[in-house]
Ligand binder design. Sequence first.
Ligand SMILES: Cc1cc2nc3c(=O)[nH]c(=O)nc-3n(C[C@H](O)[C@H](O)[C@H](O)COP(=O)(O)OP(=O)(O)OC[C@H]3O[C@@H](n4cnc5c(N)ncnc54)[C@H](O)[C@@H]3O)c2cc1C
Length: 231
Amino acid sequence: MRTVTRLLMRPARVSAVAQISKNFRLIDFQGDALRECTWTPGDKLQIKLDGSLSTRTFTPMQWDTATGATRILAYCHGAGPGCDWARRAQPGDERQLFGPRASLRLDGLPASTVLFGDETSIGLAATLQRTGEAASVRHFIFEVNDRKEAAVVLESFGMKTAVSIERQPDNGHLEAVIRAIQPLVGPSTAFVLSGKASSIQYVNRALKALSVAPRRLRAKVYWAPGKAGLD
Ligand SMILES: Cc1cc2nc3c(=O)[nH]c(=O)nc-3n(C[C@H](O)[C@H](O)[C@H](O)COP(=O)(O)OP(=O)(O)OC[C@H]3O[C@@H](n4cnc5c(N)ncnc54)[C@H](O)[C@@H]3O)c2cc1C
């Protein structure tokens, strides 16, 4: 395990942690090995868990190769080793990182783009907000467990116009998601879907019914109930 870790992983240290709200933590890493990277917005970064080769996946929001620094926004959803790590992470902690590697490409998107996601996608959304031409119009729609908490986090990244829709146990809220998306569908609008598998599937189907061509859709599942450590 030590050889594999040395060959594949980049050692890094947690350099700062900011608790943005009860369940969201902004975690910064720094390390010389983070200088020798090529990062593209939307890439993924896998963080090795203690005592095994298992990893959990996050989305770097930025990457500074000059200083060897990167940042993730972790949502502490409940129970899971990734979640436990994020809740306890402190400056000075050492971690082995695998990546950055390609995941959801945010380059080449048209001026008008809609991102649908959930708590796990807010870091991705904040990155998308900073990319593209000055005239780009980005719309953000999130399904969330707690709208008030999401509002605090979204505001901290300047996404005041983002729409958050609270989850309902029967998934009835997804109809509200589609109602929010529908007026945004234009002839060249692109859609980025990430987060929970079944919600992506639902929105994907609705967009197809609205005649959105598959080439205007980019999707990546970030988690699914009952599945651990998707990447
Ligand atoms: C490419 C990619 C990028 C990602 N980027 C981010 C990111 O930037 N920030 C971030 O917070 N997460 C991100 N995720 C999601 C994160 O990797 C998962 O939430 C992961 O499951 C967390 O690991 P865990 O050990 O806490 O839970 P696991 O052990 O993996 O899962 C245990 C159980 O927890 C439940 N679960 C997992 N995630 C959630 C959730 N979000 N809400 C409710 N229940 C859940 C599932 O039922 C699962 O079976 C990303 C995932 C992928 C694939």
